[in-house]
Design a protein around this ligand. Structure first.
Ligand code: CO
Length: 225
């Protein structure tokens, strides 16, 4: 691509931004000033980085209403400092009431995790989805249509990540404090723009397996090694 054309693409984005800023200030005077002072979103969105799944837009929310974390294939890993920091801040400081893990059908990350082609560093990230595939391989391999099989893994991945959110000490501490917090699993259809609730919502530690429960203790915690 020619250098000039290359640069003008970015200039267009900045022009779009100026128009957006003008429009929002005309339609909602004072809105941005108010937001600049404070955000108080009620929702944390954990979604795929895919450009076709713009979080705020598909749920019709305005700036300030949705706290967002996105990565390839909406994976929640307990040693991922980025995701854990977002989760901790959202739950403990912003006190969001709902966490939405949102996957999407036709997810390239999920598809890649079902195939053997090497893609590079990302293969290590996608290994977490291969774990989900491995756990459900009998059911998945019984699905003959490749597309349907991939879509089912997209759903199973969302469900697995909902559980991963619930297994964090962050979420379990919130429940122990009686902070209202629901963890939900949704999936988005690229073809029709519609969200589907996978009905796997969890709002208490009792709903997760005992193995993953973290017993919260006070300051007198035992000093055993
Ligand atoms: Co995706």
């Amino acid at each position: 691509m020619a250098g000039k054309e290359h640069a003008s693409q970015l200039a267009q984005l900045l022009e779009n931004n100026r128009e957006w800023s003008e429009r929002i200030q005309q339609e909602r005077p004072g809105f941005l000033e108010k937001l600049a002072a404070q955000q108080s979103p009620e929702y944390l969105w954990i979604g795929c980085a895919d450009s076709r799944v713009p979080a705020d837009q598909i749920v019709g929310l305005l700036p300030g209403e949705l706290f967002v974390h996105r990565n390839v294939a909406n994976v929640v890993i307990h040693t991922d400092m980025n995701c854990m920091s977002v989760l901790q801040y959202a739950v403990e400081v912003l006190k969001v009431k709902h966490i939405i893990v949102c996957g999407h059908y036709g997810c390239g990350g999920v598809r890649a995790a079902m195939h053997e082609d090497e893609l590079g560093l990302i293969d290590n990230w996608l290994c977490h989805i291969r774990d989900v595939y491995f756990r459900h391989r009998e059911g998945l391999d019984a699905i003959r249509d490749a597309r349907t099989r991939e879509d089912r893994l997209c759903e199973l991945n969302v469900i697995a990540q909902v559980h991963n959110v619930c297994y964090t000490s962050i979420v379990q501490n919130a429940w122990a404090r009686k902070q209202p917090l629901t963890v939900n699993g949704w999936i988005y259809g690229l073809h029709d723009g519609l969200l589907k609730d996978l009905r796997v919502s969890i709002d208490s530690a009792e709903a997760i397996s005992r193995v993953y429960r973290v017993q919260m203790q006070g300051p007198g915690i035992s000093q055993g090694s």
